[in-house]
Design a protein around this ligand. Structure first.
Ligand SMILES: [Ca+2]
Ligand SMILES: [Ca+2]
Ligand SMILES: [Ca+2]
Length: 487
């Protein structure tokens, strides 16, 4: 029977036999040779039964003379638990000195709790699994939104900053389960926001794509005022059609890298890495890196090594350009590996267990030498995996995308997911963005198809109420918050 119980965990079986309201008796804890177990017993044989089809595949009849033994292994059980254990069912019972070291099984939420020092401590939780995605909030923005950054300010709350195409960008605060307007900031065709901290200082940097009305071109770093509870301009940095900021730390020093997309018509320009000077409390130029229509920076570490990847989009004649990965060696970033990309718009790094992956979003295959083709937006985006022995990233999986602009990695319970922002198929901006689930040997497999319009950026976030995704549209002033329903 064990092999058939592929997806079922002991807590699921417990939840099957124990009604959500709980039953007064029938579950007892036993201890033998240091191993604790729960014994299900019933005076009447039918009292704790359920249809076999609820847990078995293609098995309608489970012979009565057989039984199922459920073993629960609670890894985080405090050492000093008395052997005389009791399990309470039903809704949350009190947890005082009287109930100390007793269990409570919450059948509706499939959680096993232990009363320790007047508090119910979770010792086993059912594995949460993504069931479906649900519309949660329509967030109408002042104009089309290119980038969204979700971040938390300790003691203040959860925020989302939207980079809006027109004159102002906005910051929203999560209030009563929704994003509500919090602050509005003047920006110039803002492309993205990046939140970061240096000690107690909280910053938010915006990448401005266009000059201001006086023709001055710069991006702005804002700093959170703990007194006014608002962001205020802190430092201006001259940028060239900035697309993205990346913030990171190397050996205790703080850096900011800007993706300069183009200067006039010239896409082959320098992008710049700035370093925080603790004496002046300002960011100062540290290194320049030649880029071609730079769109995104992504920083990550592998053991003691620091890496920085840039997505190069266009060199003036072609989108078939190399995007590059740099490694920090002797005080600066040096080329580590080049990847053939097609209008690369985003790099996303993620870990699955010990494995390290790097996904690139390819947006457009275009070459002035070759005629523009109608299907040049429907192209593969690529997931690479680090081969530690060869010290190189190798192709792991090709994923067909429609002008992909962003990848976002997230997890639900023990499952891993990637969502892609598909923006355009050559004819329409109304294309589905796809959620892929990690299935080990099979790689990422499409599990949900979400209708989106000019989708530009995805962000995943959690609150105490659950897990959410938010995406922005570069084609309409409407971002959407989706709720991840689990079972
Ligand atoms: Ca980035
Ligand atoms: Ca991304
Ligand atoms: Ca994103």
């Amino acid at each position: 029977a064990g092999a058939l119980l592929s997806d079922l965990r002991p807590l699921d079986i417990l939840a099957e036999v124990v009604p959500p309201a709980g039953s007064p008796s029938g579950v007892r804890t036993l201890q033998a040779h240091g191993v604790r177990g729960l014994q299900l017993s019933a005076a009447a044989a039918q009292a704790m039964s359920f249809p076999a089809s609820r847990i078995f595949f293609r098995c309608d009849l489970f012979p009565q003379e057989f039984s199922i033994v459920v073993t629960l292994k609670a890894p985080n059980l405090p050492p000093k638990v008395k052997t005389d254990l009791k399990v309470t069912l039903g809704s949350r019972p009190p947890c005082t000195k009287v109930e100390d070291a007793q269990f409570w099984f919450d059948a509706s939420r499939k959680g096993l709790y232990l009363c320790v020092g007047n508090e119910w401590v979770s010792v086993l939780a059912a594995r949460e699994r993504l069931d479906y995605v649900q519309q949660h909030q329509d967030l109408f923005t002042s104009s089309e939104t290119l980038g969204i950054e979700v971040f938390r300010i300790p003691g203040v709350g959860l925020f989302a900053a939207t980079a809006n195409r027109k004159a102002t960008s906005a910051i929203y605060k999560w209030t009563d389960g929704k994003f509500a307007s919090f602050q509005s900031l003047r920006t110039h065709q803002a492309q993205s926001w990046r939140h970061f901290t240096i000690g107690r200082k909280i910053f938010l940097a915006v990448a401005n794509f266009e000059p201001n009305e006086k023709g001055q071109e710069f991006s702005v770093i804002y700093k959170w005022s703990h007194r006014k509870l608002k962001f205020a301009p802190y430092q201006r940095i001259a940028t060239h059609s900035a697309r993205d900021w990346e913030a990171f730390e190397v050996h205790g020093e703080h850096f900011l890298a800007v993706a300069n997309h183009r200067e006039g018509d010239n896409h082959n320009i320098d992008s710049v890495i700035y370093k925080w000077n603790p004496a002046t409390r300002l960011f100062e130029t540290n290194q320049t890196i030649p880029t071609s229509g730079a769109y995104d920076w992504e920083f990550f570490t592998v053991g003691p090594y620091s890496f920085l990847a840039v997505a190069n989009t266009f060199n003036g004649t072609s989108t078939r350009v190399h995007s590059r990965l740099y490694v920090w060696l002797l005080g600066s970033f040096q080329l580590f590996q080049s990847f053939p990309t097609f209008g690369a718009a985003d790099w996303e790094v993620f870990h699955i267990g010990e494995r390290i992956f790097l996904a690139v979003a390819n947006s457009h295959s275009y070459d002035t030498e070759v005629q523009v083709q109608n299907d040049s937006y429907v192209i593969n985006s690529v997931i690479y995996e680090l081969n530690v022995t060869a010290q190189t990233f190798v192709k792991f999986q090709d994923i067909p995308t429609c002008s992909a602009l962003d990848w976002e990695f997230f997890s639900v319970g023990e499952d891993y997911f990637l969502v892609v922002a598909n923006s355009f198929d050559g004819n329409t901006f109304l294309v589905n963005s796809i959620i892929y689930r990690w299935q080990g040997y099979e790689g990422f497999v499409a599990v949900h198809s979400l209708p989106t319009f000019g989708c530009r950026d995805w962000e995943a976030f959690n609150t105490s109420a659950g897990s959410y995704l938010i995406y922005s549209s570069a084609k309409e002033p409407l971002s959407r918050v989706l709720r991840l329903r689990t079972r």
